[in-house]
Design a protein around this ligand. Sequence first.
Ligand code: BUP
Length: 458
Amino acid sequence: SGSDRRLHVALLPSAGMGHLTPFLRLAASLLNHGCQVTLITTHPIVSKAETTLISTFLATFPQVKELQFHVQPLGPSDANSTDPFFLQWEAIRRSIHLLSPLLSSLSPPPSALVADVSLISAVIPITTSLKLPHYILFTSSARMFSLFAYYPTVLSASSDASSPSGDSIAVPGGIPIPKSSIPPLLLKPGSLFASIFTEDGKKLKSLDGILINTFESLEPETLNAFKGGKVVDGLPNVYPLGLVPCDFEKRAGNTPLKWLEDQPTRSVVYVSFGSRFAVSREQIKEIGKGLMSSGSPFIWVVKDKKVDKDDGDSLDKILGDELVEKIKNKGLVVKEWVDQEQILGHKAVGGFVSHCGWNSVVEAAWHGVPLLAWPQFGDQKVNAHVIESSGLGLWPKSWGWAGEVVVKGEEVGARIEELMGSESLKLQAAHIREEARKAVVDGSCKDAMKQLLEMWKN
Ligand code: BUP
């Protein structure tokens, strides 16, 4: 029958909202194109936010087949990391043999598997033996992908096999990446992150393609470098997809819409450091002071623990009674999951103080909201470079990585004032928004999706 011949794609995200969210947006887009989708969910799930999003997604799209993949717990010395999300990546990698029979039981067999970047070397033997094309969805910037692809070359040319020589990494055809911006864990020999990053970076040539959630208007140079095949010889095609937020996500979050309605246009600053980072209590207090002194109304998402399940302390306890009392009439401080997409899309919101998680950057671009970049760890400084070079926002570089300095409230406030007052940032953000929409509706992102579907059909 016709429906049996529908294109079938299997998706394998890894742990963390920053990884899950773009996979579900890809799934929604594939469904829109008439594809059949199998979503592989790994259990146990690390955070409450992931559990909620998966169940609202499956309730919204009952036609999606869920394949539950139960991973075995790690032994005490199986991984050199304390981060619950990285530990789950490793648990999935080590249990991957259990996935093979699940995948081969799918009927009709899928035309492709799109898997998370953290699982590359684990998945290769499976896709090879099942003769299943293996794609990854890279959940950070194209610029970060250029570092990932080129890093093994850099290390092999360095006298110290665990650290690049020189002050910056000159990705061919791209913009050099200062050594001070690369994820600190990469320079920590033997860390789980460093070993996955360097080992899997060598295996990209075995993949069939790389999907990246980005726009030409954000990263023109880097995407061009890939197009010209300049970064690394023999790298598979890079597909820039604009994976835009979907309606099902609204059902997974709260949004203070009523409060926003009462605020003047473009007056509100939104502050969030993503789903998996706990700002220190000392820094939280300074951010509070900064918000007070900036004079802008605000929505501030406070996270006190890496994993939401552990986040038990009340706002009074985290901020202190005095700050809570002072802040009360100036803005909203929330601890629960908000629908960031709806906040960024609201006309009252005029700026975003962000840790530069890539999904947040793409969402800000999609809505034309200028950013104050405050990278904390991991890929975030590399993403902050994209914000700076595209003109989507400001980046006070002296603020450093999390834990290096406590940025004083006065300085935070001054930078927020600069963000909210800049006409040129507003214009450039609006321009990027327009370009992003063109790319998705009838430009490079739409073409990339079309090419993928064509390939999977053949
Ligand atoms: Br917190 C929070 N509501 O309250 P990033 C986050 N989000 O919708 P991260 C909400 O989670 P990685 C909230 O819109 C984005 O889609 C947000 O992803 C949403 O950062 C996602 O921005 C967060 O990439 O993940 O969580 O640090 O480390 O993978 O970048």
